[in-house]
Structure formats: structure tokens, C-alpha cells
Write a protein of this length. Sequence first.
Length: 441
Amino acid sequence: MKSRDTSLVLRRLRPLAGSFRYYPYTRTFSGKEDIKAEVMRLGVEFSVHVAQSMLLLCDDIPTLSWFCYMLWKGVIRGQNHVLERLLRVMHFVYSKYIKPKRTATSQDCGNSVQWELIRNTWKHFADGVIILNRFDWFLRTNITYFDERQLSSAIDKYKQQVLEKLDDKLRSLSEVNGFAKVTIESNISALWKSLFDDGETISRAVESRFLRDLFMPIFRKPLPRDILAMPVVSSPYILGKNFETEELKEESVRLGVELSLYVAQSMFSLCDDIRTMLWFCYRLWRDAKAGAINEGHVMDRLLLVMHYVYTKYIKPTNGVYQIDGNNSARWGVMWETDKIIGYQFRMLNCTVYLLKAGGTCGREATSSPVEEGVKKLVETLECVRSVSKAYGFARDAMETDILDMWKSLFDTEAKEARHTLRAIKQGIIHDLFLPLFNEAP
């Protein structure tokens, strides 16, 4: 049975090997100044797409003017530092590359192929302006809604959801009408480098000149029908109202995948003795559940991962359960690993419980000591890495399958599916642990 109310987490996690590693491995910035520098680079890249679109529309000056006007006035109310930089960029492109060559003021607004292309990218342009303004506001104030890691994640998502999409849609016409990206980008960069400098504002006289040059072709003219029909601007997800909560959900899924892969590696390390490996799994599952509140969502996935690894990779090649009086040669190392992983799963379960209940928890809920625990796991398992690999452990081969088990973590199951899920769980417990339960006391 399928679940419903699918979380946004599903649509943001991309099933590429290595793309969903937990945050000790992800890129972060060394401080606020580095983030500011990266935001200015985002502004430059976004402005290059604006310049490209202006050159595509330069055969119809009124259409070009309306496009610029809607970016400047039609997305965000009032004035701010981002809109000021955008105005400078648009005036620079218009005065240097367009005005000297074009004087036509035809009224064929919206009839060209180029306009249809720009109209279809309007949502990405609007999102780009709104999110840049959010970056600017958060970095200028002392209000710490988001920490550096979340801002870093927002930067990556801006590149994926705004810049890459604009690039994909505009690439086919990148050289039309004399667009020279390298030259324009160099000049635009100078207009953004003072974004966060205090007191760096445009004078009223200069602003009036910019507005006169850009918008005189449409002065006192009504909005054309095609401009009015442009998509309504909605609030983008990035750095929006639910961004922190959704980021925590995404991090929880990533952590679940990461911990599951360490469980898989541990199972491979112990598979020289199937009985020892199954006892490891049982102890881990039992101890992780102990004291956990509403543990089904997290612990059932742990159980599912164990069953998947055992039935698909280990049982077919390493034999079956038997009592021979011996333990795996690596049981001592795995004893410590068992305790670390169990604690991490309990911490993860607590975070997931709060998020699913509609509660709030700060970024610290999934950072320290969880992050330290993940790093400790890496160090502990390093000594058995070659052994697990020799027995067939291949992280990339199973990573996507394990993600599929976790990415529905925050879905709401349909009521009629719960009995089926319960039956599946009982079947998994039977497959994994019945031999252990049948041992003589």
C-alpha cells in the first residue's frame, strides 16, 4: 500500500551515489564572510541570466522594459540592496549592449519566440530575486534563524533550483544577439562586490537616470495582456517559513541512511560467523528500541535494512545460521560499534518523533553529539574496512536501495496499510531472529 502526504524530503533527495551523505562529509563554509562572498557570487550568476534574457528581448524594447520593470517592482515590494544591485545590472546591460544598437519601439509585446521562452522561466527569475533578498536580510541582521550549515545548504539548493534551471532553459540561445558571458560577467561582478558594504547606496539622481533610461519606452503605458498573464509569484521554499523544519527532516533521512550503511558494514565484518552477526543485529535492534518513544518509524527501518542486507548479500554467499561454539573474529570491535549505533538511532528517533508530532527542535537536535557519534563510528569501523570489503560490502551498490527505505520516513501511512506493514515486520523478525529464539536456554 502506498503512503500519502508525501514529504518534500522526497523531491529534494536525488538518488545519486554519494549524494545523500550525512553532514560531516558535506561542504560547509568557514564563517559568515565566506557565506557573504558566496551570496555575492550567486548574485553575479543570477544577473548573468538576467543580462542574457535582456539581450534575447532586445528586438522589442517595450517587452524588454516590461521584463526589467517586473523584476524590479513586480516581485518584492519596496526597495532593498538586492533590487538596487539588480537595477544597476539592468541599466549597465541596457546602456552598454542594447541602447547603442537598438532603437525600435514596436508594440509586438509577447509575440516573439524569445518572449515565450522568458515567460516560461519567470518563476525561476522571481524565486531568484526573493531568495537573494532573504540571504541579504539574514546576513545583515543578528537574528540567527539559520546556522551556517543551513545557509550552506540553501546556497546549494539555490544553484540547483534557480541557476541550473535558468541555465538549462536559456542555454540554447546563449550566443544570440551577441551574448558574451565572460565579458559581461566580469563587469557585473564589480556591481555586486559591495553588496554588504554599509553606506554603499545609489544616489537619487543616479537612480532617476537609470529609471528614465530603462523605462521611458513604457512610461504611462498600461501593462500589456501578456505581462498581466505572467505566472503569479509564490513564496519559494528556500529560506522560507518551513525551511528549518524541512532541512531537519532531510538531515534525519540522511542520518538514517548513513547509520544504516554502518550497520551494513558491521554485518559484513561479522559474516564469517552468521550466528554472531545475527546476535549483533538482535542486540542492536533491541537496545535501540529500549526507552524509545513511538519507535516504529525509525526502528522498523533499521530492521528492514538488516533484513535487506542479510537476505540479498550475506545469506546467499556466506551460508546459514549454525551453532559451532565460535564467534566472529571481530566481535570485540563490533561490541563497541553496537553501543554507538544504538545510541545514534535513539537520538534520531527522538528528533523524528518531535518533527512528526509537529513540534520544533533546533539544529542542535541533529548535530552534537550525533555528529560526534558518526565520526566515532567512522574511526571505529576503519580497522575492519578492508575485511568488510573483502566479504563483499560495497557502499555505492546498496546506498540507493537503503535511501528508498528511508525517504518515506515522514510520510503519513494510510490506515489500511498498517496491518500489512505489521505483518511484514513480523515476517522479517521471523526470518532474522527465529534461529536465535529457538536456541536452548
